[in-house]
Design a protein around this ligand. Structure first.
Ligand code: FMN
Length: 360
């Protein structure tokens, strides 16, 4: 028998248009991770818990952020958006960072290396009231971004990075946070000096992805370089990031770094119920509930953006398919699929462990 509160936690599965209610954000009282998962304050904004959905371009659109918030995550961040484009009031870029069904608290992430553009973009998004926090990207390794001096390139120009933080801070009332890496390459790991400068420049929180720019997204995250950062941050929250996907990772990172929270990226792809599980809400393990989550995900995208949702959902579909016996075949068969009903049928077969449609 489910309690009333548990039933409320699941209502949205049958009615995807129900507004977001933060019912799962509090950890279960018998949660094995209770001592590590707790609310945390970023400036004036209180996160109900310290599990954070990592920004992921092409993945953490509004529908995925809403889904993870419904499943308990304490804080979400937009995909990175160009400060230059926002400062020119590009509708497409502003759309990228707007709230989705009021799943809050939420940060919009900006990238750029021009102080004026960063300030103007931050002022525009504050004025439009599309987010609670502004995050500055100092970790993106993509050449198109790096060659403009933005993203992880800012770690090589710490003075400019500090000036951007202090200028944006002075221009807006919402908290301003920074997301960076441990350094540029294995021979230049200088995250501690960099974080100190960010905190001295006024950053309200710092997240560190425990890989270098050179490593990109490959190889294991090097958590050892996160040791000592909490001490540098003092009262400013420090969030650890990189390869977190299991309860023991939370425990280990806490012991190693004393971090204030945990940012999770690829670990939740294809299994957004990971957040509920880490919070000790074991409500989402049966195949039918998982299928309803999958269905909600695509339905919400269809409600938001119409038929274009189907090709955009493909990245998620392939993540949900991972580990399934016929995943490779299904990926091939569905790579051009435009009919949402075929995707729903595939999802159902996937979660009920039946033969996927079209596969003999
Ligand atoms: C597909 C993809 C897109 C990403 N896009 C962004 C982004 O827009 N902004 C950002 O700060 N980090 C971005 N990241 C980095 C993640 O936020 C995170 O730092 C990284 O994946 C390490 O965490 P993980 O090991 O838990 O995945 C991206 C990562 C991936 C895999």
């Amino acid at each position: 028998m489910k309690t009333d509160q548990q039933q409320q936690s699941l209502d949205w599965l049958d009615s995807p248009s129900l507004p977001f209610k933060p019912v799962l954000q509090t950890a279960a009282s018998d949660n094995e991770l209770a001592q590590f998962i707790h609310p945390v304050k970023i400036g004036s904004v209180t996160l109900p818990n310290n599990l954070i959905l990592a920004p992921m371009a092409g993945v953490t659109d509004g529908s995925f952020r809403l889904l993870c918030a419904r499943l308990g995550v304490g804080f979400t961040v937009s995909e990175l958006a160009s400060a230059k484009a926002i400062s020119m009031r590009s509708r497409q870029s502003i759309n990228l960072v707007r709230f989705q069904a009021q799943a809050r608290p939420y940060a919009a992430q900006l990238f750029g290396a021009d102080i004026d553009n960063m300030v103007t973009a931050a002022q525009i998004i504050e004025e439009l009231q599309v987010c609670d926090i502004i995050d500055i990207n100092m970790g993106c390794p993509v050449p198109k971004v790096v060659k403009t001096g933005a993203g992880s390139a800012l770690m090589n120009t710490p003075e400019l990075a500090g000036l951007i933080v202090s200028a944006v801070k002075a221009a807006v009332k919402v908290p301003v946070t920074v997301k960076c890496r441990i350094g540029w390459s294995k021979n230049s790991i200088y995250v501690k000096d960099f974080v100190k400068r960010m905190v001295d420049s006024g950053a309200d929180a710092v997240t560190v992805h425990a890989r270098t720019r050179q490593a990109g997204y490959t190889g294991p995250a090097e958590w050892q370089y996160l040791e000592g950062i909490s001490e540098i941050c003092g009262n400013v929250p420090f969030f650890a990031n990189g390869d977190i996907s299991q309860p023991n990772h939370i425990r280990e990172l806490h012991q190693l770094t004393g971090c204030s929270g945990y940012m999770i990226g690829r670990g939740c792809l294809g299994q957004p119920w990971l957040f509920a599980e880490l919070l000790g809400h074991h409500l989402f393990s049966d195949p039918h509930t998982r299928y309803l989550i999958f269905r909600h995900h695509l339905l919400d995208m269809l409600m938001e953006i119409g038929p274009k949702a189907v090709p955009l959902f493909r990245v998620h579909l392939f993540n949900y398919l991972k580990g399934h016996a016929n995943a490779a075949r299904a990926r091939h068969l569905l790579s051009e699929e435009r009919d949402p009903h075929r995707i729903f049928a595939t999802g159902k077969a996937l979660f009920y462990n039946e033969t996927l449609p079209g596969i003999v």
